[in-house]
Design a protein around this ligand. Structure first.
Ligand SMILES: *Cc1c(COP(=O)(O)O)cnc(C)c1O
Length: 356
């Protein structure tokens, strides 16, 4: 069977050259005589892979000195708790409630300190990035740079002054250029833009470590995990290896800046069609539209379902919107080529002609 265009929100498409490389090396990595899956995480051969992966991320993302890169587990969901346990330090934190995951993050953080909801678009189905008012004495400000379910994105970062900015970048990390020095902590579940599920990228400014609550589990302590170089316990060895191959692929594409250009083109193509369509309508406010997750509806749930089904039959898969919002969502991460977006637009035109 041929590979399809997979518009899944995560786990999601990986670049084909990466999958081919994994396949080539699956049974025997280099001259080791074994698979990466079979290696000790403490072995010299695996530590080489690990160090290359860390260096690869540092390079493609431009992570400056003074920031520790870690690969941890528990998904972005575990980070919702970790961030609060490590940074709350008996004080309070500002959270911007811009989507379902942003909301989950603040609910989790409430267990470990005072959470101030500094802005929210919850009452409006999270169709936009809300206005907000920051507390000058917060320990940190938490944002979700791209809202995966509702298809919105921060088009500029909030100015938090000397208060550390913490970002859940799960669904747009490495899809656009960010100045990492503007952040205190960045975390991202890797299964959207980077790797198979089970790896979390965690980047922490070093001065923010070592202030965790005493109840913090050892594996969730930024300081202890950093001191152990992500190997306090067995990491997701295989996922980290694949992430390293993805960083190589990003470099071969010309880096994140080059991918950002393509991602803007892909988003323009799809939103341009939606804006002129007589059948389909985008659901996110124009200014805040995501370049990674494009949400749209026909306005008729049965027709939406029919569209999703017929698209899948044409090899355009996983276009169903999240179960809490319905409609359609096309996730067009780095690995989705512009040809895939063009094929989707072509099919939408065809469907529109039959139904509008
Ligand atoms: C997918 C996602 C999550 C949840 O990630 P898990 O790895 O499943 O815990 C959190 N935040 C955002 C922005 C996401 O897109």
């Amino acid at each position: 069977m041929d590979r399809v265009y997979n518009f899944a929100p995560g786990p999601s498409m990986l670049p084909l050259p990466v999958l081919e490389k994994v396949q080539e090396e699956l049974l025997c990595y280099g001259n080791t005589g074994m698979s990466v899956m079979e290696m000790s995480h403490r072995s010299k051969m695996y530590l080489e892979i690990f160090d290359r992966t860390v260096a690869g991320l540092r390079e493609v993302m431009g992570v400056p000195e003074g920031y520790k890169i870690m690969f941890v587990q528990g998904g972005a969901t575990a980070m919702f708790a970790s961030v609060a346990m490590n940074l709350m330090d008996g004080g309070k934190a500002d959270y911007i409630d811009s989507g379902n995951f942003a909301h989950n993050a603040l609910v989790e953080a409430q267990k470990y300190g005072e959470v101030v909801v500094a802005g929210s678009s919850r009452e409006d189905h999270y169709a936009y990035i809300p206005d907000y008012k920051l507390s000058p004495d917060a320990k940190y400000v938490h944002i979700t740079t791209n809202n995966t379910i509702y298809g919105t994105r921060w088009d500029h970062l909030p100015d938090t002054g000397s208060v550390p900015l913490v970002a859940d970048m799960s669904s747009n990390i490495l899809s656009e250029v960010y100045d990492v020095s503007k952040f205190g902590v960045i975390y991202a579940g890797a299964q959207k833009n980077v790797a198979p599920a089970g790896v979390v990228i965690l980047i922490v400014r070093e001065d923010l470590m070592g202030h965790e609550l005493p109840i913090t589990p050892k594996v969730m302590s930024f300081k202890k995990m950093a001191d152990a170089d992500s190997m306090l316990n067995t990491p997701n060895c295989f996922g980290i290896y694949v992430a390293g191959l993805v960083f190589d692929w990003i470099r071969a594409q010309g880096g994140v800046a080059a991918l950002e250009k393509v991602n803007i083109e892909k988003a323009k193509l799809l939103y341009g069609f939606l804006d002129d369509s007589r059948l389909f309508h985008g659901t996110a406010r124009r200014k805040d539209r995501s370049r990674m997750n494009v949400t749209f509806v026909t306005g008729d749930a049965d027709l939406d379902a029919q569209f999703v089904k017929e698209a899948a039959a044409k090899g355009l898969c996983n276009l169903k919107g999240h179960r809490i919002v319905g409609g359609m969502r096309a996730s067009i991460y780095n690995a989705m080529p512009i040809e895939g977006v063009q094929a989707l637009v072509n099919f939408m035109k065809e469907f529109e002609a039959g139904h509008a």
